[in-house]
Design a protein around this ligand. Structure first.
Ligand code: MRU
Length: 356
């Protein structure tokens, strides 16, 4: 998608270096950063220079390419894979991608290992782009249906950033929106600010602005009243891990939006590529929910009056804070899952019809 009119992907490999857009600096600074070692990659995932489930997975895949360049040794590769998987615990795409790479690379001792690794990492990215594009085509039909009935701008609420910045291109939740916009359907997005890291404001609103899509940032608690006032036609969010029974784990706050949508009879869709499905965990209580540094709550970063990026403390010094990064929306609150293979019910039967 575009930034200042120029087409970008979120990640690419060039001359033995992984190139990323540093998302900790957006929207104030657009910086392309070089990741040169596996350590750089693990750090980029941990501090969220790259974030969003599919993008974390793709970055980890390139991390293994860098590990091979650094030290072509199977035990180093295995250790790198383990460290990547534990760098962020909730998004299943990370493990999915590392496992997929290791299936190709484990036990390969020939010089060909680098070529195999790079080709697989590239494939993971190409596949994600295709899947996200298909999510857009499948989700477009839902937006189109609402538009055909309403004959007016379709208002879509989203939480966090499940946009192209969270994937390689297109995004998951935003892909149907981009497709609708390209088709000439008038859309407007309510972008939840998404405290504490403000991915909705800093990333979703930013990327929609760059594509010329109307959007409004709202505080995380505003969705409910907008829904009661009839100002939300549908919700679309992303997911970091979707269980085989249709339960959806996504950025903290998603659950409350789903409850409000349910109470107001507003369709609540979740968009995902199949790499985000966890077929193994049976109970959502087993999902490892990431707990991040409370400093992400107590401090905030932004431009001062001179345009200099500054971090300031906003909480009382003595106060405690807890920073749980994800929550789970039970399948019963999800109207449908928009996947690369079609839209299905958020249930075992629905998912199995499409994927097994
Ligand atoms: O903590 P983040 O910014 O990595 O969380 C991102 C989300 O919660 C997204 O909704 C999810 O990864 C889906 S991305 C297509």
């Amino acid at each position: 998608m575009k930034i200042e009119g120029k087409e970008y992907r979120t990640i690419w490999f060039e001359k033995n270096v992984v190139k990323i857009i540093d998302q900790t600096k957006l929207p104030h600074k657009f910086i392309i950063k070089d990741l040169k070692t596996i350590k750089d990659v693990i750090n980029a995932i941990k501090i969220m220079e790259v974030r969003g489930a599919p993008l974390i997975g793709a970055t980890a895949a390139y991390g293994l390419v860098l590990a091979i360049i650094e030290n072509n040794d199977q035990s180093f590769l295995k250790k790198s894979a383990d460290n990547l998987i534990s760098s962020r615990p909730t998004a299943i795409n990370l493990k999915w991608s590392v496992d997929r790479m290791m299936n190709k690379l484990s036990g390969v001792n020939s010089d060909k290992i680098l070529e195999i690794a790079l080709s697989e990492a590239n494939k993971i990215c190409e596949e994600d782009i295709k899947f996200c594009e298909n999510i857009g085509i499948n989700g477009l039909k839902i937006i189109e249906e609402i538009y055909n009935k309403k004959k007016d701008t379709v208002n879509i609420l989203t939480h966090c950033n499940a946009g192209w910045l969270a994937t390689i291109n297109w995004g998951t939740a935003t892909s149907p929106i981009y497709h609708a916009h390209k088709k000439g359907i008038p859309v407007h997005v309510w972008a939840d600010e998404t405290r504490p890291r403000n991915q909705g404001a800093n990333l979703t609103s930013y990327e929609l602005n760059e594509e010329g899509i109307k959007n409004t940032i709202i505080a995380d608690n505003t969705g409910g009243i907008l829904m009661q006032r009839g100002e939300v036609d549908m919700c679309i969010v992303g997911t970091d891990r979707t269980l085989a029974n249709g339960d959806v784990c996504n950025k903290v706050g998603t659950y409350l939006k789903a409850l409000a949508a349910n109470d107001n009879n507003i369709p609540f869709y979740v968009a995902l590529p199949s790499s985000t499905i966890d077929w193994n965990i049976k109970d959502h209580k087993e999902i490892p929910i990431e707990e991040r540094n409370p400093e992400e709550l107590s401090h905030i970063e932004g431009l001062d009056e001179k345009g200099i990026l500054k971090k300031i403390q906003i909480y009382p010094q003595k106060s405690k804070a807890v920073n749980l990064a994800f929550d789970v929306t039970p399948a019963k609150y999800v109207t449908g899952l928009i996947t690369e293979k079609g839209v299905c019910e958020a249930s075992k039967e629905g998912l199995e019809k499409l994927f097994k």
